[in-house]
Design a binder for this molecule. Structure first.
Ligand code: DMJ
Length: 453
């Protein structure tokens, strides 16, 4: 390479990593970005239509369909539907609705993971009902809710991980706080909309049974036996396997006014900020500790933990939220796109994949709507640019095996439609696109409003 090229490359790298987020997104550019996100949504949806219509998901490299359990539960159309409505994609929403109402049945002899089915399908159907008004969405949600209820039959009330949708047979008593505690928004909303309180009671009982097993310092571990109530892994953190348990405590307070959930959140956040927050490596991070004592055991952080600024924002701690999002942004720009996990003490990549995850974008969206600071839309522009640059294929978008080599993997999760593209769109779209203050986003970004007293 000659001198001018080397200088251009160096300038590009420094600009991208350091300054891009400093340039504000002007309102005209913002509209153009929102339009581009919509175009990219259509690019991915049209690929799904062409190669995987009616199936759970599209594998974008082999251009083949994928069903999680051998039969389709319409994962992508259900997850994507409310994003289409928010984007004003009327024709696509109508065709997705037809597909769901004509072909989706839960009367299937398959054993499903309760958490994933709850957040993607139950949540998606409830939002679809609220946004579209067609009672058949609620009927499907109610049928699904009934088929999932057997998971709560353990002696503690905490759910088993798997259930057969036809027989109700449950399996796997070793579960984690995220999968145990992430159902109150979906089951609670189902209870409010159907008038059947049992859904609320079961999900709430699971949550309180879990909370009762917190450590003396107020932390949760990673794995617990739902029959004995004994912890089988006592590492505390805010990442995968625990993350949305915390998220749902504060959101259950906001959506249902459930004061016990608020108090649980307050207990936990004090412990989290005392024992998991870490400023010793520069910036604010949240690492790992032993749940019983709060003693630091690790300095890992990743794409899943990047949901935490959004939750801090919701809880009114904008200062910590802003500092943590800066750390997340550092993690993203280090290799040009976000790895699944790093060691924040060394910035070394520990798990190199990028699964098209939304959390860092979700946090930028909450921070932007809460503070009005244009920095967060600038960050969003960087996220969108990099996802387009590295993950776009001629049939949708693909995961990356490695953010270092940028080699792609043959998968496009339905949360790319439900969350990643939705939060990007809402970040750039006009404020009135959704009533941010009166909307609660479930963990899969399905929006719900309180329509009950
Ligand atoms: C989504 O399925 C949900 O956000 C869940 O809570 C964990 N993360 C994935 C997307 O990364």
């Amino acid at each position: 390479m000659n001198g001018p090229i080397i200088r251009a490359v160096i300038f590009h790298f420094i600009f991208t990593a350091t300054f891009a987020a400093a340039f504000p997104v002007r309102s005209q550019e913002s509209q153009a970005l929102a339009d581009s996100v919509k175009t990219e949504f259509l690019h991915a949806w049209n690929a799904y239509k062409q190669y995987a219509w009616g199936h759970d998901a599209l594998k974008p490299l082999s251009k083949t369909p994928h069903d999680w359990y051998g039969v389709s539960l319409c994962m992508t159309p259900v997850d994507a539907f409310d994003t289409m409505v928010l984007m004003g994609l009327k024709d696509e929403a109508a065709e997705a609705k037809r597909l769901i109402l004509d072909s989706l049945t839960f009367d299937r002899n398959v054993e499903v993971q309760s958490f994933e089915i709850t957040i993607r399908l139950l949540g998606g159907l409830l939002s679809a009902y609220q946004l579209d008004g067609d009672r058949r969405f609620l009927d499907l949600a109610e049928d699904l809710g009934d088929r999932l209820l057997p998971v709560f039959s353990s002696s503690t009330g905490m759910p088993y991980r798997y259930v057969n949708l036809q027989t109700g047979k449950i399996r796997d008593s070793i579960n984690n706080p995220a999968e145990i505690g992430t159902s109150l928004l979906e089951f609670g909303t189902l209870a409010k909309l159907t008038g059947k309180e049992i859904y609320y009671e079961k999900a709430k009982k699971a949550l309180t049974a879990l909370y009762a097993r917190r450590s003396p310092v107020g932390l949760m571990g990673t794995w617990i036996n739902v029959e004995t109530g004994e912890w089988t892994n006592t590492t505390a953190h805010v990442g995968g396997a625990i993350d949305s348990y915390y998220e749902y405590l504060i959101k259950a307070w906001l959506l249902f006014g459930d004061r016990e959930c608020l108090e649980m959140w307050q207990t936990h956040i004090a412990a989290i900020n005392t024992h998991l927050a870490d400023t010793s490596s520069g910036g604010l991070w949240y690492g790992q500790s032993e749940m019983e004592t709060g003693k630091r055991t690790g300095t890992r952080f990743g794409a899943l933990e990047a949901f935490f600024p959004a939750v801090l924002c919701l809880a009114g701690d904008t200062a910590r939220a802003a500092r943590l999002e800066e750390s997340c942004y550092r993690m993203w720009t280090h290799h040009g796109i976000e790895p699944e996990e790093i060691d924040y003490a060394t910035m070394e990549v520990k798990s190199p994949a990028y699964y098209l995850r939304p959390e860092i974008i979700e946090s930028a969206y909450y921070l932007y709507r809460t503070t009005g600071d244009e920095r967060y839309r600038s960050m969003g522009r960087t996220f969108f640019r990099d996802i387009r640059k590295y993950c776009r294929t001629d049939a949708g978008y693909a995961h990356l095996k490695s953010v270092i080599t940028k080699e792609k993997a043959d998968a496009m999760e339905s949360f790319f439609f439900a969350e990643t593209l939705k939060y990007l769109y809402l970040l750039f779209a006009p404020e009135g696109t959704i009533d941010f203050r009166n909307t609660v986003f479930m963990t899969e970004a399905h929006p719900v409003r309180r329509t009950w007293n």
